[in-house]
Design a protein. Structure first.
Length: 99
C-alpha cells in the first residue's frame, strides 16, 4: 500500500515531527513497505491457531526461587567510580540551597 506524501505529512503532524522533504520521501517509502508487510501477514491462514498473550506457556520451566548468598558490599562497589564507605556516591539530585 503506497502512502501519499499528504498521508505521511499527516502522520508526522500527529506525532509532532518536523520532516524535511528528503525525510518525507524516505518515510513515505519506509512506511509503505511496512504496511505492505503487514498486509502480507494478514493474508496468512491462522485458522486453528489459538490466541496467546505471550510467548511462554503457563507451565514454562522457570527455576525455583531459592534463597542464596548475596554479594558483599565490597563486590558490589568493586567497579563503582565514586564510593563513600559502603555506599555509591552520586551527584546531588537537587542543587544545594543557599540559606
Amino acid at each position: 500500500m503506497a502512502l501519499t506524501r499528504k498521508e505521511v505529512e499527516h502522520i508526522a503532524a500527529l506525532v509532532r515531527l518536523k520532516l524535511s522533504d528528503t525525510e518525507l520521501v524516505e518515510f513515505q517509502h519506509q512506511l509503505s513497505s511496512i504496511l505492505d508487510h503487514v498486509r502480507s501477514l494478514q493474508e496468512l491462514d491462522t485458522h486453528g491457531v489459538e490466541p496467546t498473550s505471550g510467548i511462554l506457556s503457563a507451565n514454562a520451566g522457570l527455576r525455583p526461587d531459592e534463597p542464596s548468598v548475596g554479594l558483599t558490599p565490597a563486590r558490589v562497589l568493586q567497579n563503582a567510580r565514586h564510593k563513600n564507605q559502603d555506599q555509591f556516591r552520586v551527584p546531588p539530585v537537587f542543587g544545594a540551597r543557599d540559606e
